[in-house]
Design a protein around this ligand. Structure first.
Ligand SMILES: Cc1ncc(COP(=O)(O)O)c(C=O)c1O
Length: 407
């Protein structure tokens, strides 16, 4: 074992992981499904012999498994290299079709994999990105969205299904209806929704939908794009014509097989309401913090959250300090989204919700998973209590800043 591996194992063991919106642990059954494709069945699925055909058939099975999770058809699923690629590919295609319609309508709370890409298209197609706001609960302002659809200049709409920082589920069914009534193609970044809440493309007829494997216990570096049957799509990557010509590049076979297995596991959990258990743990955690610590606030419209996400503010405690202490006390979580860690400005999501700068800077995101346990949840609540008390004691009590961290 290298010194680096040794250090990693020491850091990892005994930690309570509450950052599942950043990434999730690979499920043991997923790893088991992947292993043969990393060892014995390493063949290129495009090759002509029987062993390669068997790999090709396994990929077809993965298409069916991922399709089933969102109630789509296998041929409507295109595997990609990650959720970011799925988002970029569909926005790039829709931008290329924009013609005289010069606006991309999205929301103010999207992930940077949408916002940054949309902004980059100003130089290529002269497209302007209009970001629709959200209410104090973190949900899309539908009246403003409706107005943007009716203005007649929208080339596309892209609204996320669930937000990565707050877990807030957006009114996608209503938004799709408004977009389609105005003849505007509709994409959703469903990366934080798939596997956590029911996503059914028959009930909610989005045109394009992005998925990322590592958010639901598949490996990192594999994603998928749903393209509704009959809709046009031009690929971002061109070459060998894999994925029915919609995403060239020799397939990341083992990871795709893993994503298929993870989709099967998550579908079973959704069908049996097993994710309710995750929500119970999250709610128990929040109840404990609210009753045992002063100045705790749960952010967002609680009735609309994904089962696993808790977004909390701790009056008078900077999240940066809490993160350091919690890491020391054995709890791994995030301030805002993972991409914001280390930055001191409030996140764009919290700003859009009208959360004050001081409250935003005192916010943590704790995201549970199917591996979370009651014992871990209680231990995490104790750790948060200890960290908040320590920070408040060094700075003189709630509401007093600035915070300095002495560990
Ligand atoms: C909402 C959302 N969109 C896109 C992404 C990017 O996905 P990936 O890491 O697979 O590129 C993430 C990941 O954090 C996300 O949460």
């Amino acid at each position: 074992m290298t010194a680096c591996e040794n250090r990693f194992l020491r850091l990892h063991s005994g930690m309570i992981y509450l950052d599942s919106n950043a990434t999730t642990r690979i499920h043991p059954e997923v790893l088991e499904a992947m292993m043969p494709f990393l060892t014995d069945h390493w063949y290129n699925p495009s090759s002509g012999y029987r062993a390669a055909r068997m790999v090709r058939e396994a990929l077809e099975c993965a298409h069916a498994q991922v399709a089933a999770l969102i109630h789509a058809k296998p041929e409507e699923i295109v595997f990609t290299g990650c959720g970011t690629e799925s988002n970029n590919a569909v926005i790039a295609f829709l931008a290329s079709q924009s013609d005289h319609r010069k606006k991309i309508i999205t929301s103010a709370i999207e992930h940077s994999a949408i916002l940054r890409y949309c902004d980059s298209l100003a130089d290529v197609y002269g497209l302007v990105t209009e970001k629709i706001g959200v209410d104090a609960g973190g949900r899309l302002l539908l009246d403003d969205f409706s107005e943007a659809m009716d203005a007649g200049d929208a080339a596309m709409a892209s609204i996320m299904w669930a937000n990565n920082e707050t877990g807030m589920i957006q009114p996608i069914a209503e938004a799709v209806e408004l977009a389609h009534r105005a003849g505007v193609p509709f994409h959703t970044d469903a990366i934080q929704a798939v596997g956590k809440t029911v996503v059914d493309v028959r009930e909610v007829p989005v045109d394009y939908l992005s998925i990322s494997g590592h958010k639901f216990h598949a490996p990192k570096g594999v994603g998928a794009l749903y393209i509704r049957e009959g809709l046009r799509f031009e690929p971002l990557l061109r070459g060998g014509g894999q994925e029915s010509g919609r995403r060239s590049g020799t397939e990341n076979v083992a990871s795709i097989i893993g994503m298929g297995k993870a989709a099967e596991i998550m579908k079973k959990r959704l069908d049996t309401h097993a994710n309710d258990g995750v929500a119970e743990l999250r709610d128990h955690f929040e109840r404990r913090l609210i009753t045992e610590i002063d100045g705790v606030r749960v952010n967002g419209a609680l009735a609309y959250r994904t089962a696993n996400t808790s977004h909390l503010s701790f009056e008078g405690c900077e999240a940066a300090g809490l993160l350091i202490l919690l890491d020391e006390y054995g709890v791994q979580c995030s301030a805002g989204s993972a991409c914001m860690t280390g930055k001191q400005q409030p996140s764009h999501v919290q700003t859009a919700m009208g959360i004050s700068a001081s409250q935003a800077k005192s916010s943590l995101r704790l995201s549970f998973s199917l591996f979370s346990t009651r014992a871990e949840t209680d231990a995490a609540a104790e750790a948060v209590k200890k960290a908040v008390n320590k920070l408040r004691s060094v700075q003189g009590g709630p509401g007093v800043g600035p915070v300095q961290v002495f560990t």
